[in-house]
Design a protein around this ligand. Sequence first.
Ligand code: ZN
Length: 102
Amino acid sequence: MDDIRCFCCEKQLPEGSLKYVVEIKSFADFDCFLEDYPGDVEEGMMELLEEMEDVDAKVLEDDVYQEMIFVLCKECRDKFYKNPFQSTQQFYVDKEIKGSIH
Ligand SMILES: [Zn+2]
């Protein structure tokens, strides 16, 4: 059997024990607002596409979307859920924030 440990406290999580999977997904937000482009937009798009050809596809993908998966024990999951980023800011549970970031 694989040795499964909590990502935070490294406590062993034997088969049949309570464990939690935390998935973190981050993706580039689009708020439908495009910056004023000084010049011909079509030309700018062509330049951008040419630049993208030189960039590694994985790097490009990571810029847009990333996913991380962690296994946690109950105590660490509870702590994580109360304050995922150890921040003093109030966090939003509301999905309405998507597409509204400026
Ligand atoms: Zn733990």
